[in-house]
Structure formats: structure tokens, C-alpha cells
Write a protein that binds this ligand. Structure first.
Ligand code: ARG
Length: 649
């Protein structure tokens, strides 16, 4: 039973007799920090006392007299200035745990009012292979997909792939000029990726060469400016502003020097390769020409459209391989190109509703409080990412009837989504919850975006391969008793699990540092630790010759005879609440946290309570049933994160 939700609901009723606005106080009932004083604690009597101009202890006394919790708890107690402590009746906790242990859904109710969620996630720009930057959006989205579905919501997952952007002009240009036919026959996607990188490299090179003189020109004035403000700061040592200005100017000068050094290094690298240099010389206008290929594609050029039709399915198939490895299925993948026919209508509608204006030739929506315009059509007539996203909203609301539309996308796009949602509201889409479920960056040990030693992006495929290889070393060491095939299987589960869990267990808003050792550790907050806990329980049942199905249906009752059993039972009953917490603000880390605590509770229980040798038989069955329920919660929870388990490790 979700005791927390139940107690809060009872508290709401009691609060209703004291205040018209009980909701603000209900959430002040929380799991207790320290089990010594009970299982739950409410601290609402303090703020309520202030509001009612009564002493908090008196308010607490009144609240308790109105609270009807006798079937769940021992009589609540007042502590300190007015905390109310609740201790569940042990026999009620035991009977609810028995029920949970026999329930297919482990006590997780199906949402009484299911919502229709459109979940936009992963959504890579195709035409280049997925890389480490796609990891977060993909695994966070998948976890939310699974959790919301398990809670009984109606979820439509949509991979909103970027299949119409400038990257296609680049591969079209590459295909026309740099194609290696044999390589393209062998592995078309790899060859497309090679050509894409080549075009980007050459075009970046020309941009850098063109830009360097301008940067160098700024060097002397920037140094002079830094020296000037420094002089002021030195002359006025107590002037904090002057010091700040001086520091900022120093930083700007240092940044400029770094920018120049890095540009020079990139140019020198390319120039040191005579083939590349020759290509660069032969294609001086490559950036502009690649953009022109994109424009031709958008204008319906037959040749470019034919190439696009040829490339796209190949790119999508390559993505599919990654999704299969990660156990991900989308309900649909309506890419940007799919919305093309709707774009003129969107701009028309915005103009008609007087929401868009033409500014410097571009059609823009201006949103109060934002200086940046939301450009829906550029001066050259091209539609934008913004136009497509407005069309997407129209489709999702009008045709898919979304109650909520979630965008699991990098936090660097937060301004885009702010403007998008504000514009959608102006267009009349004000009943749908729009949410940018944003996330931070995966960093290397140097705290910069995670790259290879030579500075290249890390492909997702090689990252997953490496994870499995690293896991294999650990599994070989820890599990010599397993067959080769079993160790290979376990290594896949452990390696993939490690990467997924390491990502999800961070608060999604923060950046995190990628660290193989930490994520594969067998102790601590890792997938591996949880997977081992699961396998340990399976091992106990196996050793005892217990058939889990029979155990569940035999009508055994759980008895809670020690604090460790009680703590584990309480924890298992929190599963439902942990999932609901995830769904409130779309935070899968609340589930990893819960699973880690569950595995820890199990470890304490297993330390203190013999299971197979427990007597009498009823206690042995009770403990076995607790073990089995723990394993099922861990397995279900990990599976909701997209992580598998093995019965033997
Ligand atoms: N393709 C975009 C990118 O790689 C992300 C798309 C996210 N979804 C959306 N509806 N804007 O940046």
C-alpha cells in the first residue's frame, strides 16, 4: 500500500476542518528521516499555527483528534515544537506487504485518470551516427516512457528525427564530390558519415581561415583594454566593481587568445595533411555550396530529392540498430520532413491572428519578456525549426489529443522551448501541458563535453561496445562459475545497465562526468549493485529449492519480527510512491534512488535475518516471500529504467 499517499489523504480531511486551503500543508507529511521517531512525520502544525495564531502544539493536538488513522497507525505522537509522528501498526504493515508480495503489479495502482502523453525523445539529427550526446535524451526518454505506461497512462512515443536540415545538404554535397563507391556499397551509412565529417571539416576550415584575421585584429585592443581596467583596479584597491571589470577583461583576453590558438591548431592539423589541404583548395566555397544543396532539396530539386529518398531509410535503419540494443521502441518517428506540408499554413495562421510580424524581412513572433524573436520564416523564405515545432504542436494537440507533450531535449534548447510554448499558448493551445524535460551534458574527466583523446566525438555504438567489454572483465573476475555464454550475456546486461543507470541516477538538469570505474562498481549506487542484489535473492531461492510461483500462491503471511524486516517491508510499500514521484516532475533519478535504498534495505535484512535456516517454518516462508518481493521490485524497477537482470551473476 502507498501509505504516504493514504496518510496524506487522511491528513487532508483533518486539515479541512481547520483551514480552507489544506493542500499547501498536506505535502508536509513525509517519510521520517529517522525511524526512531516513527515511519512518517508531519510538520504542518508550525505554519498552520502561525496562520491560525495558535500554538503549534495545540494545532497538532486538534489535528490528531480529527485524524482518522486508527486502522493504519499507532496513536500519533507530538514531538518538539509540534511535529506529528506516525508509526504504522506492524500487523497492518505486514498484511499490506503480504498483499504486495502476491500482487502482479507489486501494489502499484493503475492511474485513476490516465493522461495522454506525447513523449518526444531521442530525436537525433539523422545523416550522422548517434554519439554520446544522444545518450541522455534517449535513456531519460525511454525511462519516462516505460514508467508512465506502467502507471497506466496513455503514452505515444515519437522520435522527432531531424531529417530535413542542413546536414542533408552536406551529405548530398559529399556524395556528389567525395563518394567512394565501393565503400558506399559495403556500408552506406558509414560512408555517408565519412562524407559528412569531411564536408564539415573542410567547411569549418574555410570559416576559420576567413575568421582568423578578424580575431587577430582584436588581440591588441583586447590586451590594451585589459591593461587599462587593471590600472584603474590597482589605483582603487577598495573598488570592488573595478576589480570585477579587470577580472572580466582579463578573462575576455584569455578567451580570445584560446580561441585563436585553437583555430590555428585546427587549421594547422588540416594543412599538415596534404590530401586534405588539396581538397580544401579544390573546394573553397564548400560551406556555401552545401547550404545551396539543402536549399535545392527544400525547393524540390529532383536529383537531391532522389538522393534524400535513398539516404533516409539507410540512416533510419542504422538508428534502429542502436534502439534495439537499448531495448527502445517508438510508436512513431514523424521526422521534421513529415511536417513540411503544414508549414505555410502555420505562418499564415500566425499572421492572420496578428501574432507574427515581419521584421528585417523575416516573419517573427515576439514573446513578452524575451528579446529574441521566434523566427518562423526567414527572409529568404525558408521555414525553421520553430515553424516545424509549431506544426508538431498543432498535430499533437488536434490529431493526437495530447493532454501533455513532453520534450526530452538538451537544456541548451531551453530558450527555443520557452518561445515555442508561449507562442503555442497564444495560438490557443492552452489546455495541454507542454514541458521541456531538459538535461545537462555528459562531460569527460577534464569537465568539458566528453570526447576522445584526439578531440573527436564518441560514437554511441563504440561507447556501448566498450561498456560491454569493460563489464566482461568484471564478470570474468567475479563469476568464474558461469559458462562462457552466460558470462557474455551477463556482461551485456551489466555493461548496458551501467551506462544507462549512471546517466539516470544524476539529476537530469546537471552535467555529469563520465567515469567507467564508478559506473561499473559492484558497491554503491550503480546498476551493477542492484543487479547483484537481484541475483543474490534468486540465489537464496534457488539454494532453498523454492519455486517462486508456488511461494507466492501458497497463502503464506509475512511476519515482521525484527526492525530490519520492518524497514524492508516499509521500503517495498514505497515503490508505488517512488514511481508517482518520478511522474510529477519527470525525474527518473527518483527511481534509481529508490532502488538503491531498496537494495540497501535488503542487504541489512539479509545480514541480520537468516532466511533458509529461519524457524519456525512460517517465519522461513515469510522471509522467503520478503526476498521474492524484493527481487521483483528490483527487477520491475530496473526494467522501467530500461535495464535487465540475470538470475545468476
Ligand atoms: N533534432 C533536434 C536536435 O538534435 C532535437 C529535436 C527535439 N524535438 C523537438 N520537437 N524539437 O537538436
Amino acid at each position: 500500500m502507498d501509505f504516504l499517499t493514504e496518510l496524506r489523504s487522511r491528513l487532508r480531511t483533518a486539515l479541512g476542518t481547520l483551514t480552507d486551503a489544506p493542500d499547501a500543508f498536506v505535502d508536509m507529511l513525509k517519510p521520517a528521516q529517522d525511524g526512531k521517531f516513527g515511519d512518517f512525520q508531519a510538520n504542518c502544525a508550525m505554519p498552520l499555527g502561525k496562520q491560525l495564531k495558535q500554538s503549534p502544539r495545540d494545532v497538532a493536538t486538534t489535528l490528531i483528534s480529527k485524524l482518522d488513522v486508527a486502522d493504519l497507525c499507532e496513536p500519533p505522537e507530538i514531538a518538539g515544537p509540534g511535529f506529528i509522528n506516525f508509526r504504522l501498526k506492524t500487523d497492518r504493515l505486514a498484511s499490506e506487504t503480504t498483499r504486495l508480495a502476491q500482487d502482479d503489479r507489486l501494489g502499484v495502482a493503475v492511474a485513476a485518470a490516465p493522461r495522454r502523453y506525447i513523449l518526444d525523445y531521442s530525436s537525433p539529427n539523422v545523416a550522422k551516427p548517434m554519439h554520446v550526446g544522444h545518450l541522455r535524451g534517449t535513456v531519460i526518454g525511454n525511462a519516462l516512457d516505460r514508467i508512465l505506461r506502467f502507471l497506466g497512462h496513455n503514452v505515444v512515443s515519437d522520435n522527432h528525427v531531424g531529417d530535413w536540415g542542413t546536414q542533408f545538404g552536406m551529405i548530398i554535397y559529399g556524395y556528389k564530390h567525395f563518394r567512394d563507391d565501393a565503400a558506399y556499397q559495403r556500408d552506406p551509412v558509414a560512408e555517408l558519415a565519412r562524407m559528412y565529417r569531411l564536408v564539415v571539416n573542410l567547411s569549418d576550415y574555410h570559416d576559420l581561415v576567413a575568421n582568423l584575421p578578424k580575431l587577430r585584429e582584436k588581440l591588441i585592443p583586447s590586451e590594451a583594454a585589459a591593461a587599462a581596467v587593471k590600472q584603474i583596479a590597482v589605483a582603487n584597491p577598495s573598488d570592488k566593481d573595478a576589480l570585477r571589470h579587470s577580472k572580466r577583461a582579463d578573462q575576455e583576453f584569455a578567451d580570445l587568445r584560446n580561441e585563436i590558438a585553437s583555430a590555428e591548431k585546427k587549421c594547422a592539423t588540416l594543412e599538415s595533411n596534404s590530401d586534405m589541404l588539396a581538397l580544401a583548395k579544390a573546394h573553397p566555397k564548400i560551406g556555401e555550396l552545401a547550404r545551396r544543396e539543402t536549399a535545392k532539396l527544400h525547393a524540390g530539386d529532383a536529383e537531391n530529392k532522389r538522393l534524400w529518398d535513398e539516404f533516409l531509410p539507410k540512416c533510419m535503419a542504422a538508428l534502429e540498430v542502436m534502439y534495439q540494443r537499448l531495448g527502445i521502441k517508438f510508436d512513431m518517428a514523424l521526422g521534421e520532413s513529415w511536417y513540411n506540408p503544414m508549414l505555410p499554413g502555420i505562418v499564415e495562421e500566425l499572421k492572420q491572428k496578428n501574432l507574427a510580424v515581419v521584421s528585417d524581412g523575416a516573419t517573427c513572433v515576439f514573446v513578452e519578456g524575451n528579446d529574441a524573436p521566434f523566427i518562423v520564416q526567414k527572409a529568404d523564405g525558408a521555414y525553421t525549426y520553430a515553424t516545424t515545432d509549431l506544426a508538431t504542436i498543432k498535430y499533437r494537440v488536434e490529431n493526437l489529443h495530447a493532454d501533455a507533450s513532453l520534450y526530452v531535449v538538451d537544456s541548451r534548447q531551453s530558450e527555443h522551448f520557452q518561445l515555442l510554448f508561449a507562442t503555442a499558448k497564444k495560438m490557443g493551445y492552452d489546455k495541454t501541458e507542454f514541458r521541456h524535460v531538459s538535461y545537462g551534458t555528459v562531460l569527460g574527466e577534464d569537465r568539458r563535453p566528453y570526447k576522445t583523446r584526439s578531440g573527436d566525438t564518441i560514437g554511441l555504438e563504440s561507447l556501448l561496445d566498450e561498456a560491454v567489454q569493460n563489464a566482461r572483465k568484471i564478470v570474468d573476475e567475479n563469476s568464474p562459475h558461469l559458462s562462457d555464454a552466460d558470462r557474455a550475456n551477463v556482461s551485456t546486461l551489466v555493461g548496458m545497465g551501467a551506462i544507462i543507470y549512471a546517466d539516470l541516477h544524476h539529476n537530469r538538469d546537471s552535467d555529469y562526468v563520465f567515469n567507467w570505474e564508478k559506473m561499473l562498481a559492484t558497491t554503491g549506487d550503480t546498476a551493477t549493485y542492484n543487479q547483484y542484489a537481484y541475483a543474490r535473492v534468486c540465489g537464496i531461492l534457488r539454494k532453498g529449492g523454492v519455486d517462486p510461483q508456488e511461494l507466492r500462491s501458497a497463502g503464506h503471511a509475512i511476519e515482521l519480527t525484527t526492525p530490519a524486516e520492518r524497514a524492508l517491508a516499509l521500503q517495498l510499500n514505497r515503490f508505488s510512491n517512488a514511481l508517482i514521484d518520478v511522474s510529477l516532475d519527470y525525474r527518473p533519478n527518483l527511481l534509481t534512488q529508490y532502488l538503491y535504498e531498496t537494495a540497501n534495505c535488503f542487504a541489512s535484512f539479509y545480514n541480520e535475518c537468516p532466511v533458509l535456516t529461519a524457524e519456525p517454518a512460517s517465519l522461513r516462508s515469510s522471509r522467503l516471500l520478503l526476498c521474492d518481493a524484493t527481487a521483483r521490485v528490483l527487477k520491475q524497477g530496473l526494467s522501467l529504467l530500461g535495464i535487465g537482470v540475470a538470475e545468476q551473476m
